[in-house]
Design a protein around this ligand. Structure first.
Ligand SMILES: [Zn+2]
Length: 443
């Protein structure tokens, strides 16, 4: 008999429709429900706000915001819309607690881990059993999913523009081609200001797994927000996603995440001219082993490299978290094994007692604590210990690197340099001078 690995944890309530509805209840309401939900019954006749993002064929990674020409210093239109709508939902009392009153501090030390005391997030929920040994699991319509959410939790639809400009249309009915819209909704258990969910093609009922088209939507959201403090994150199943319906999360945090400040070393790059290459680096002196993607010329190229890598991890059943940072220009891919260790009883009791689930935000250095005592005692040493438990072993990480190299069709930098040495002696030094100091020692 197959042994199923599970862990028990208190699930996060991301929608007000998640708590009370039993699955029978949800089923009976699945048609013509008059509840103004996001299902097939109500969505096609909805009149949600519509934000159309700039969708030029060759949208570049670099050129800055979508709502004005050139690098604009003022707030992007998308930011204004998102935060205005978010605050409106706050004033309507849709959140489960007031996140603006949660205490936050930067832990003393070299890395600047950020601790938040959030006592409201996990109250009133019993632990649930989660299967953690399968990164790909089929969508189950009888479980909570985002088609059950009420439209008041949705801030706007997020769709590609039909020309190469961004647009905003208040109250736009769905046209027949877009019968499964992408929406941005609030997370009713926010961990920071502006915490939202991006749900690609909600009526398609995709399970939680990365595909290139959906990931590109997340890149566009990060790019159009054009605010380096706005990050988009993703948790796979087995890496602390609680809902098996495709979604990304995003919020604003006005300090750098420790992971964004970690030194990196280039290890792989895509083929082709130097300036247009997607490069992949590994994190140095950070408790979690991870890869950082950047470069590339077109948004689509960078996105495809990340998507192919994620798809490969998914099919090799390796749980991971993803952070889209720097307006879609830098992406952190973090394979992890905490839940697996937890299921095998290999995580220390005192770490488990804090009930911190190391998902994308924790791994990147923003640690949400549930108990006053843990918050008061939190230290850089604690953060490091927790995150070290998340990290793959060096051996397993090597395996991930080779999956990524193959899936995204990359060459390793060592190879590249030796290839260049073979062909053009004089350019080798020039290439090496692009690399950070740590990379000069090549193995
Ligand atoms: Zn409905």
């Amino acid at each position: 008999m197959e042994r199923i690995l599970t862990i028990k944890r208190v699930p996060t309530v991301v929608s007000n429709y998640q708590e009370n509805a039993s699955s029978d209840d949800l089923k009976s309401k699945a048609q013509g429900c008059g509840r103004n939900c996001l299902g097939k019954c109500c969505l096609p006749v909805s009149k949600l706000l519509l934000y159309c993002f700039k969708n030029a064929e060759h949208e570049r990674v670099e050129d800055f915001c979508g709502s004005c020409d050139g690098g604009c210093p003022q707030m992007s239109f998308l930011n204004n819309l998102l935060l205005g709508q978010w605050e409106d939902r706050m004033s309507r009392g849709l959140f489960r607690y007031d996140v603006t009153s949660c205490e936050t501090k930067v832990l003393p030390g070299k890395y600047g881990f950020i601790a938040q005391l959030n006592e409201g997030r996990h109250l009133k929920k019993r632990p649930t059993e989660f299967r953690i040994d399968k990164v790909l699991q089929p969508f189950d319509e009888n479980k909570f999913n985002f088609t059950k959410v009420g439209q008041e939790e949705v801030l706007f639809r997020f769709e590609p523009s039909k020309d190469d400009k961004s647009h905003y249309i208040p109250s736009s009915p769905l046209d027949s081609e877009e019968c499964s819209p992408t929406v941005v909704a609030i997370n009713v258990s926010p961990i920071e200001y502006g915490h939202v969910l991006l749900i690609p093609r909600v009526l398609n009922c995709f399970p939680q797994r990365i595909d290139s088209e959906s990931l590109l939507l997340a890149f566009h959201l990060a790019k159009e927000a054009s605010d380096p403090f706005f990050r988009v994150g993703y948790n796979s199943l087995g890496a602390f996603a609680t809902i098996n319906h495709l979604h990304f999360q995003a919020y604003y945090l006005a300090v750098p995440f420790p992971i964004e400040k970690a030194p990196t070393c280039r290890i792989m790059s895509s083929k082709g001219p130097y300036e247009t290459r997607v490069t992949v680096s590994k994190l140095l002196s950070y408790p979690v082993r991870g890869l950082v993607f950047d470069g590339g010329c077109k948004l689509r190229d960078l996105c495809d490299a990340v998507a192919s890598s994620c798809i490969s991890l998914q099919s090799n059943n390796i749980p991971f978290n993803l952070l889209i940072s720097d307006c879609g220009k830098r992406i952190f891919l973090l394979p992890q094994c905490y839940a697996e260790k937890q299921a095998h009883g290999e995580v220390d009791r005192d770490l488990l007692d804090t009930q911190v689930n190391p998902a994308v935000w924790e791994i990147c250095g923003h640690i949400v604590l549930k108990r006053r005592k843990d918050y008061d005692e939190a230290s850089e040493q604690y953060a490091w210990r927790l995150l070290a438990e998340v990290s793959l072993s060096e051996e397993k990480f090597q395996e991930v690197k080779s999956f990524v190299r193959e899936a995204a069709n990359l060459q390793s930098e060592e190879e590249y340099i030796s290839m260049q040495e073979g062909r053009y002696d004089s350019t080798t030094l020039q290439v090496a001078s692009h690399l950070p100091q740590d990379c000069l020692v090549l193995h």
